[in-house]
Design a protein around this ligand. Structure first.
Ligand SMILES: Nc1ncnc2c1ncn2[C@@H]1O[C@H](COP(=O)(O)OP(=O)(O)OP(=O)(O)O)[C@@H](O)[C@H]1O
Ligand SMILES: [Mg+2]
Length: 236
């Protein structure tokens, strides 16, 4: 399985938010790095076909992904919002979580609810949850559909230690299962423990550097305004 982003340009209000991005992702864990406003979320939304590119295309195994019917795209690609509240619209957590299963007509991935510990919120409104609770529900509401391609936009924001460990275990499982996982973050320390396969560093909508994770160096991170790997690691 391979996702190819080819010459992706996204222009909004005459401003290029992404400029000629070319990068590909195979099975494994990949990290999109960059400072605030670099274009990380825009790249993930574009891969999920939530944004229409001004130029370029997203290919999944050579097929133009965004030309597939929406249901077929959603069966293949799960996009977890940076801000959970952008994704919520149902009256209860239970309805929120099972929405995708009902609409895609796919079986639920049974382990997600327990791993993210969201069953206790089922009868509550998703709009009344705490920040970390909302992040867990938001992740569960997408990952329950067990898509082969998972796009996680700042997935660790707001999570406590048990949430971080749960997501860490899930990511390792996803890698063993052969999924493509792409994580957007401005903090490489959060993903260091998973030993990601590759990185792509974006700044002002352009690729500044990309390659194997082992080749990511602190100088290029500091130049781009991203926390260097050598900084104190909260979770290592
Ligand atoms: N719909 C939109 N209309 C206008 N500008 C937008 C829109 N979406 C994104 N932008 C702008 O595009 C730039 C990139 O936004 P994006 O959300 O992709 O950044 P990011 O790298 O994810 O940043 P962060 O680390 O803060 O999450 C920002 O300057 C943002 O203000
Ligand atoms: Mg973002």
């Amino acid at each position: 399985m391979k996702i190819e982003v080819k010459g992706l340009t996204v222009i909004i209000n005459e401003r290029p938010i992404l400029d000629n991005i070319t990068v590909s992702f195979n099975e494994g864990i990949h990290v999109v790095l960059g400072p605030n406003g670099a274009g990380k979320s825009t790249l993930l939304k574009s891969i999920a076909c939530l944004l229409r590119p001004s130029k370029g295309e997203i290919l999944l195994d050579g097929v133009n992904l965004c030309e597939l019917p929406r249901v077929e795209i959603s069966k293949r690609v799960g996009y977890c919002w940076q801000n959970p509240l952008y994704g919520f619209f149902e009256s209860t957590v239970e309805r929120e979580i099972y929405f995708i299963i009902k609409n895609l007509r796919v079986p639920p991935r049974a382990d997600i609810l327990k791993i993210l510990d969201v069953e206790k919120f089922m009868k509550r409104s998703p709009f009344e949850l705490s920040g970390g609770e909302a992040k867990r529900v938001s992740l569960a509401s997408i990952l329950i559909a067990n898509q082969p391609i998972i796009l996680l936009d700042e997935p660790f924001e707001e999570l406590d230690w048990s949430g971080y460990k749960a997501l860490q275990d899930l990511l390792r499982t996803f890698r063993d299962e052969g999924k493509i996982v792409v994580i957007a973050t401005n903090n490489p320390l959060e993903v260091e423990p998973f030993k990601p396969d590759t990185f792509v560093l974006i700044s002002s909508g352009k690729i500044k550097s990309k390659g194997p994770w082992s080749e990511l160096n602190d100088n290029i991170l500091i130049e781009s305004g991203v926390i260097p790997r050598g900084y104190i690691c909260r979770f290592c």
